[in-house]
Design a protein. Structure first.
Length: 143
């Protein structure tokens, strides 16, 4: 039997770390591993069609820091962690596509809502809202 994979969306914000803490809690309760996914939108619009994974040696220093913090927090709680960085264009679309791909084997998504989308009065941000409605697996939105 394969290990359950819980995807957590990481952008380096304090909100995404709050989402990571929730994912760690879920992973500990269900004996699962965490797949931390970061979308690198600096690659340009050409990646909009393919959204390729970026090899670890090509990660930016900022991305390395985000993944190291997540890896350390998971390790402290005894949870396996895999970091994945995707060259993307629109984070919500790229995150949902990754999770919906059967090869990713994602069984649950945890994402933090920052509420930065337009209009600002909405409860969920545009990225978390997009993932919530487009993902084919259960989504937990942490506010």
């Amino acid at each position: 039997m394969e290990e359950k994979r819980i995807m957590v969306c990481l952008d380096g914000s304090k909100d995404s770390i709050r989402g990571l803490r929730t994912a760690i809690l879920f992973a500990r309760q269900s004996d699962s591993m965490i797949v931390g996914v970061h979308i690198d939108t600096t690659q340009g619009a050409i990646t909009a069609m393919s959204a390729p994974k970026i090899k670890e040696e090509k990660w930016s220093n900022e991305t390395r820091k985000i993944m190291q913090i997540a890896r350390d927090k998971a390790k402290q709680r005894g949870v396996k962690f895999e970091g994945i960085v995707i060259a993307g264009y629109k984070a919500g679309n790229d995150l949902a596509n990754f999770a919906n791909n059967p090869k990713s084997k994602i069984e649950q998504i945890v994402i933090a809502a920052r509420g930065l989308g337009f209009p600002k009065e909405t409860f969920f941000g545009s990225t978390s809202n997009f993932v919530l409605y487009k993902a084919k697996v259960p989504v937990t939105v942490v506010k």
